[in-house]
Design a protein around this ligand. Structure first.
Ligand code: GDP
Length: 288
């Protein structure tokens, strides 16, 4: 599913989230651990209107663990708690209710001091498409929420899901945020990880961007996989990056008449293998 984000859609998405904010105590902002800034909505602070927020870096299983550690330190410096999770296997997920509780401690303590019995903490998950919102909701619910809601004839209103083991309730429909498109590099980073569809950007440009990044930061993994000999000496020289693309194409037999390398085919193969995890864990941006 590709969402084309026109100004009207953004306004609608924003309004939908702001309606939901009235119902909840805290927000989980889901971002992609491989590109924590590029997978954030540029207006998220404004949209969330100061609601207590827990930032979760999802797909941490795919990200470079060292870079993830740097990001956690970076967000901590900014006073924003951030934790790595892997919603697909559930790593880090059972700690979430406790983290939300910590975030709302003051509010809960006040209620207790007033002699009130604190009600369940109500939480909304927000994030850009494909970041793993549905996977996390299902994981927290301990069952498949999406499936029941998608049955034809079942009208799906908003429902509260009780999270196992915690005094936490989750809104079953997440808030969908749009990614920032103005910066072309952001678009490329999102495309490399498969967060946005390839048709939006040219496949050779996406692969060029990724191969340049890997030449700089993950040369060993890439050269081992594709049997590459010559590392570019000047990463800003496009010819040197294209030479790497050609070497990858030759390795994968992407040769057309005259012995030329089919760069489009080489690019598709490279990106497919990258996304399938064949080049190991990687991050596409780092804070320092
Ligand atoms: P949504 O659009 O934000 O609801 O994203 P989905 O929950 O549909 O997830 C998008 C894709 O990412 C799916 O193919 C998921 O299986 C995958 N995914 C979600 N979370 C993780 C994770 O933590 N690790 C990995 N490797 N894949 C994940």
């Amino acid at each position: 599913m590709t969402i084309q984000w026109f100004p009207g859609h953004m306004t609608k998405a924003r309004r939908q989230i702001q309606e939901k904010l009235k119902l909840i105590d805290a927000v989980i902002e889901l971002i992609d651990a491989r590109l924590p800034l590029s997978s954030r909505n540029p207006m998220v602070d404004e949209i969330l209107q100061g609601k207590p927020r827990l930032m979760l870096m999802n797909k941490a299983d795919l990200a470079d663990p060292e870079v993830t550690r740097q990001w956690i330190a970076y967000f901590k410096e900014q006073g924003q708690p951030a934790f790595p999770v892997d919603a697909s296997t559930g790593t880090g997920v059972k700690e979430i209710p406790g983290q939300i509780k910590l975030l709302l401690k003051e509010k809960i303590d006040k209620q207790i001091a007033k002699g009130m019995n604190p009600r369940a903490m109500r939480v909304l998950i927000v994030g850009i498409p494909n970041v793993g919102k549905s996977t996390l909701i299902n994981r927290l619910a301990g069952r498949n929420i999406a499936e029941t809601g998608d049955r034809p004839g079942v009208t799906k209103g908003q429902q509260w899901i009780k999270v196992t083991g915690g005094e936490m309730e989750l809104l079953d429909t997440p808030g969908i945020l749009w990614p920032k498109f103005e910066d072309q590099n952001v678009g490329y980073r999102l495309a490399v990880t498969g967060a946005i569809k390839e048709e939006i950007l040219n496949v050779e440009d996406i692969a060029f961007f990724a191969i340049k990044y890997f030449s700089k930061y993950y040369w060993d993994a890439m050269s081992e996989r594709f049997d590459l000999k010559e590392r570019p000496s000047d990463f800003e020289n496009p010819d040197e990056i294209v030479s790497v693309m050609e070497a990858i194409g030759r390795k994968r037999g992407c040769i057309v008449s005259g012995g030329r390398v089919d760069l489009e085919k080489a690019s598709s193969i490279f990106l497919r293998e990258l996304r399938a995890g064949k080049l190991g864990r990687y991050s596409m941006e780092s804070p320092y």
